[in-house]
Ligand binder design. Structure first.
Ligand code: MCN
Ligand code: CUN
Length: 795
């Protein structure tokens, strides 16, 4: 029985409301509070001296000239850091990384020394006054060279390291896979390189470290997506007591994975503040960010599909080589050295598979995992959808039909993939059908044929994928031994207003808006009455932060769970106020009422007041609680992206005609924010496939290390996106929601590349590596050969 006074959930900004983003009120007015906005009394400024060469032995460092500059307060070298046992630090992947180089430099842009001065300009002058003598060594810029027998050993600092291999990994059933290939009618092969790419957040990395010698407390304001992991890491690295460390991540101008790792700059700022006893600010510049912080991808695939003539896939196998740079510092679950690459092909019903992988140390910045990826899933799905397209072509089958035959059917869930994942829900064929209808597939094929008669090259590319979002569960997922769960704390004040804190950390995704919507949905407190705060380790409950689109699957679930705990206590308060027993009390949004007399009720706000002013005898006062949520499984959103293009055969330039996206991320908390996430991801997918080029020459010089060469798409060149929605609720999430933050960046690139290669199908070209720059496309058209984008192998 419901009451006519029932709240309108959309009206109060609850689940499903396209509520305007509350954080934007300050962001678009220039009133955000970023790290560089923070100024503390007596604060000094730090700059970093970076190596100009990729691989060299350090013969000497002379800092005397820098010390002489008026205003310079400290010049820190690796040798000085070593006295504090801080020249090296552990990485999140159980490797070590140089904080400041002592023995060798191992990539261009590596941190060699830093200078603290009264202002950043003097600090920069100080860096320029440092004289470093380098003895050059041969540089290595790709795995092929790294694994060559005579390759110089990059990590000669590591005891027992006799080559440049940093890990080797394998998963699947080799024998069964070999049998599948023996039985195949057709074997389809593809090799490709997913190039390095860079997250390029608008705000660079930075920190304001403030060690107070009087209280012995260290406060660090910094750009981090995972404040609690940083606190634990600082406690371990700097050997400081964890309760005396406070990490605050204020507003972040985008993260995109760039702000998960622990960078030497943070450690140096902290060490300088401890040495000087004053606050020290370090703000990275754009080139510093591009050349030295977490790159993504740089991964080589060689794989094949075993196919039956009728289009069924019998098995898959591939080898992946990853280029990890000089230090293996990926932030990823400890168990998986190559992230979740084995989620590849999860949306297809493939009986068996086998994957091998190997990581290489090279003379590049440490990278490999970050950038809208959920632990290398972006590479996995790209290879998957590229080889699926190639296989359809090899079979002479329509690529949409080939996918339809092999996609996991609705009645197969829960479905166990050959690599051990359990995908639990989805409507894959339905998403594909909606996408094909939206793009008017048959009609486009006719147009393409017609255009070909006039020498015009049209192409269509499809990408379908499911990806694992929301690590953990704690059985399988941990970072540095800390299990991957997340948390929420809710405090409802006497007037029924509330503050919510979580262990996640928004970087632009809109948590301040959406978490309040979950509270509104669970309690009927209007979203506008709930303030959300994240990122301060002194106040937020312990959590693993925001990456891998884990916030909604894990922290978002914790928000629902803590709200339910609050509701359970409010029910007791309601029974007391209504003078009935708890069993006689019913709930509707925002209100408890007596089952037999629905017009007699109390609002959630009245319950809140009673929690502080009129609680029953024996009840603890207050209306606050917290919840820790350990998800039973990952969430598995699905997406179908379809792109049409026209390629100009004269110049190799390609234009996007249409982009259709069908996303199923389960129940949408805020449909507008979800659409924003998808559009942002598609923009990045377009940029990666079309224009973003950063590489290395044979000497290890970073080519494209500025934003004139490494292009960020603007509204002008970004195509329009047509979005469609399917909702398959997640069976285990308390709201039925799945993650979505990375889907379009993960699944999108293959749709663009498949479209261009479809346009080129008559040339016999199987692959052009991203970015599909006009000169590469032109070369492919004119040579009929594949075009590789891999960095050069030194002769
Ligand atoms: N959401 C929703 N309904 C769903 C799923 C999500 O309303 N079913 C909402 C969420 O409440 C949240 C947003 O969509 O406001 C994204 O949620 P989710 O998919 O849980 O992802 P996270 O919040 O964990 O964000 C991380 C993800 C990652 S890993 C990268 S990288 C990335 C991305 O988000 N970085 C971003 N999107 C970004 N967007 C911005 N503006 N800035 C970044 O740095
Ligand atoms: Cu891998 S980029 Mo996001 O997971 O922060």
């Amino acid at each position: 029985m419901t009451n006519p006074s029932q709240l309108d959930e959309i009206g109060i900004g609850g689940l499903g409301a396209s509520r305007k983003r509350v954080e934007d009120a300050r962001f678009i007015r220039g009133r955000g509070n970023y790290v560089d906005d923070i100024t503390l009394p007596g604060m000094l400024h730090m700059e970093i001296l970076r190596s100009p060469v990729a691989h060299a032995r350090i013969k000497s460092i002379d800092t005397s000239k820098a010390w002489e500059i008026p205003g310079v307060r400290l010049v820190l070298t690796g040798e000085m850091a070593a006295q504090r046992n801080l020249a090296w630090m552990p990485t999140l992947s159980y490797d070590t990384q140089a904080v400041l180089a002592t023995d060798k430099v191992r990539f261009q842009g590596q941190e060699v020394a830093c200078v603290v001065a009264d202002d950043p300009y003097t600090a920069k002058d100080g860096c320029e006054a440092i004289v470093v003598e380098y003895e050059p060594l041969p540089a290595i810029v790709n795995p092929r060279q790294a694994h060559a027998p005579d390759a110089p050993i990059i990590r000669d600092d590591k005891e027992g390291q006799t080559d440049n291999t940093c890990y080797a990994w394998e998963v699947g059933d080799k024998a069964a896979t070999d049998r599948a290939f023996e039985q195949a009618d057709v074997v389809s092969k593809l090799s490709l390189h997913y190039p390095r790419s860079h997250p390029s957040p608008i705000e660079n990395c930075g920190a304001v470290a403030s060690y107070d010698p009087a209280t012995e407390k260290l406060t660090v304001y910094m750009t981090t997506q995972a404040p609690h992991i940083i606190r634990a890491a600082v406690a371990l690295v700097a050997e400081l007591p964890e309760h005396m460390i406070r990490i605050v991540s204020p507003d972040i101008g985008g993260g995109f994975g760039n702000k998960v790792p622990v960078y030497p700059g943070y450690v140096c700022a902290i060490l300088c503040s401890i040495l000087l006893g004053t606050p020290v600010k370090w703000i990275e510049d754009k080139s510093g960010n591009l050349i030295s912080t977490g790159f993504a991808r740089d991964m080589y695939f060689d794989g094949e599909l075993a196919l039956r003539r009728d289009g069924r896939i019998l098995g898959v196998r591939f080898h992946a080589d990853t280029d990890q740079g000089a230090f293996f510092s990926d932030a990823q679950p400890s168990k998986f050295k190559i992230g979740l690459v084995h989620s590849a092909f999860a949306c297809y019903d493939i009986p068996t598979g086998h994957i091998t992988a190997r990581g290489a140390y090279t003379n590049k910045a440490p990278g490999g995992v970050a950038y809208r990826c959920s632990f290398r899933v972006t590479e996995a799905m790209f290879f998957q959808e590229r080889i699926i397209a190639a296989a359809a072509a090899d079979l002479g089958m329509d690529p949409a039909e080939f996918r339809r035959i092999n996609l996991v059917r609705d009645d197969q869930f829960p479905y166990r993939t050959p690599f051990g994942f359990l995908t639990d829900s989805g409507q894959y064929q339905k998403c594909l059908d909606i996408g094909l209808a939206a793009i008017d597939y048959e009609q486009f094929l006719r147009e393409k044929e017609e255009a070909a008669k006039h020498g015009r090259l049209l192409g269509i590319g499809i990408s379908t994928m499911t990806e694992p979002l929301g690590a953990g569960n704690s059985r399988e997922y941990d970072i540095l031994g800390i299990k991957m769960f997340d948390s929420a704390e809710l405090r409802v004040h006497p007037t029924g207003k509330a503050i919510l804190r979580t262990g996640a950390k928004t970087q632009g995704q809109g948590h301040e808006t959406t978490w309040a919507q979950i509270v509104a949905h669970e309690l009927g407190i209007p979203a506008a009455d709930v303030v959300v705060e994240e990122g301060d380790t002194d106040t937020a409950p312990f959590g693993m932060g925001t990456y891998a689109s884990r916030s909604t699957p894990v922290a978002g679930a914790a928000v629902a769970m803590v709200a339910r705990k609050i509701r359970a206590k409010a029910r007791k308060l309601a029974a007391h106020l209504l003078e009935v027993s708890e069993e006689d009390v019913e709930w509707e949004l925002g209100r408890f009422y007596i089952r037999s007399a629905p017009d007699r009720g109390v609002s959630i706000q009245e319950c809140a007041a009673a929690a502080y002013g009129n609680m029953p005898d024996g009840m603890e006062p207050g209306l606050e609680n917290n919840a820790y949520y350990d998800p039973p499984n990952l969430t598995w959103p699905f997406a179908c992206y379809i792109v049409t293009v026209e390629v100009d055969p004269e110049s190799g330039v390609w234009d996007v005609l249409r982009v259709v996206a069908v996303d199923d991320c389960g129940v949408r908390i805020n449909p507008m924010i979800v659409e924003g996430q998808i559009m942002g991801g598609l923009t990045e997918a377009y940029a990666m496939s079309n224009m973003q080029f950063i590489t290395f020459d044979a000497d290890g010089n970073c080519v494209g290390s500025n934003y004139m060469d490494y292009l960020l798409p603007t509204a002008w060149e970004t195509p329009g996106f047509e979005l469609h929605e399917v909702v398959t609720p997640c069976p285990h999430h308390p709201l039925g929601a799945k993650g979505v933050g990375e889907c379009a960046a993960v699944g999108g690139p293959a749709a663009f590349v498949n479209a261009v290669l479809d346009a080129l199908s008559d040339t016999g070209v199987r692959n052009i590596d991203m970015p599909l720059l006009p000169d590469r496309v032109w070369e492919a058209i004119n040579s009929g050969q594949n075009v590789s984008g891999a960095p050069p192998v030194r002769s």
